[in-house]
Design a protein around this ligand. Structure first.
Ligand code: SIN
Length: 280
C-alpha cells in the first residue's frame, strides 16, 4: 500500500502505525485525510507524535471520521462536552485507573463507538503506556471449527461491572445510573464495514455471557478466547510522548491503559466517534 502525502511506519504486522508528515492543527485537504483514513483502516490504530492542537482542533479532526458518539456514565469536560478528560491525579494512588483492563470502548451500547481518539496532554515521567490487541488476529488464528461455532453465537454486553466502581477514581466523575443494568446483544464475531474482515467482539470488561447461556457456562470459552486474543504477537504496547494523538478502531481492537505511575499525574483528552450496530 503506497501513500503520496503521509509517512506510515507500521509498529507490528498485526496492528499499529506511526503517521508522519501531518500537522493536525492545519487544514487537512481531502487527499491527505483520505490517506489517513486508509492507514487507519489498514493498521487499526494510528499515532501522530508531536502535535500541538487546541480542543477545537481535536474535535474538528475527530468529526472528519464521522459524527461523535454519546458518552454514557462519564461527566464530560464542561468547556467541551465532546471531550472526556481522562485524568488520574498524582494523589489518587495505585488501586484504580480509568480503562485499566482489556475492553472495547462502550461495547455495551446498542451502537458502540467505531473509534476513540486520545490526545496526550500530561504524562508521568515513565509508565502510563497503553496496550492494544487485534481482534482480527484473534479471530483469524482460531481453527475453522471454532470460527464456525462462534459465527453463530451472540454475546450479552453490559457496563455494570465496570461502571459500578465509580467511587474509585475521583477525577473521572463517573455517574452510574439505571442504564448500567441494560444488557445489549452483539454478535461474537463482527464484520468490519470498511475492511470486510471479521473480528472477535468480546472483552472481559463488558461481555457477560453468551446469549441463552449462564455466566458459568460461558466463562470457560470466553476466558479461553480472551487468553488467545491477547497473545503477545496480537498486541502492541505504546509509549506516549506529550502531544501524541492516537485514533483506534473499536470494531477490531481492544485496549488497556496501564496503571503503573502512582504519584504522578496523567491527563489525556478522549473523543469517541459514533459507530453502527455490529453485524456478523
Ligand atoms: C481508555 O480506555 O479510553 C483510556 C486509555 C488510556 O488512558 O490510555
Amino acid at each position: 500500500m503506497t501513500y503520496d502525502h503521509i509517512g506510515v511506519a507500521p509498529i507490528s504486522p498485526a496492528l499499529g502505525a506511526e503517521i508522519t508528515g501531518v500537522d493536525l492543527g492545519a487544514d487537512l485537504g481531502n487527499e491527505v485525510f483520505s490517506e489517513i483514513h486508509r492507514a487507519f483502516v489498514a493498521h487499526s490504530v494510528i499515532f501522530f507524535r508531536g502535535q500541538t492542537i487546541t480542543p477545537e482542533q481535536q474535535i474538528a479532526f475527530a468529526r472528519r471520521f464521522g459524527p461523535l458518539s454519546e458518552i454514557p456514565f462519564i461527566t464530560p469536560w464542561a468547556d467541551h462536552p465532546e471531550i472526556v478528560r481522562v485524568i488520574k491525579e498524582a494523589d489518587e494512588g495505585a488501586k484504580f485507573n480509568f480503562g485499566g483492563s482489556w475492553h472495547s470502548d462502550f461495547s455495551f451500547l446498542p451502537r458502540p463507538p467505531m473509534a476513540s481518539m486520545l490526545y496526550a496532554v500530561e504524562l508521568p515521567p515513565v509508565g502510563g503506556d497503553t496496550l492494544w490487541a487485534s481482534m482480527y488476529s484473534a479471530y483469524e488464528r482460531l481453527s475453522d471449527g471454532m470460527r464456525r461455532l462462534l459465527d453463530g453465537l451472540q454475546v450479552v454486553h453490559s457496563g455494570l461491572g465496570a461502571y459500578k466502581r465509580s467511587e474509585d477514581l475521583r477525577s473521572m466523575k463517573t455517574v452510574t445510573d439505571a442504564r448500567a443494568e441494560t444488557e445489549v446483544l452483539h454478535p461474537a464475531v463482527r464484520t468490519h464495514p470498511d475492511s470486510g474482515r471479521k473480528a472477535l467482539f468480546i472483552d472481559p470488561a463488558y461481555s457477560r455471557r453468551f446469549a441463552d447461556m449462564t455466566e458459568a457456562e460461558s466463562a470457560p470459552l470466553l476466558n479461553w478466547l480472551h487468553e488467545q486474543a491477547v497473545q503477545p504477537e496480537n498486541c502492541i504496547r505504546f509509549r506516549w510522548t506529550p502531544g501524541t494523538l492516537a485514533i483506534w478502531d473499536n470494531r477490531c481492537l481492544e485496549h488497556w491503559a496501564l496503571n503503573d505511575y502512582a504519584g504522578h499525574r496523567r491527563e489525556m483528552h478522549r473523543i469517541t466517534i459514533a459507530g453502527e450496530r455490529p453485524y456478523h
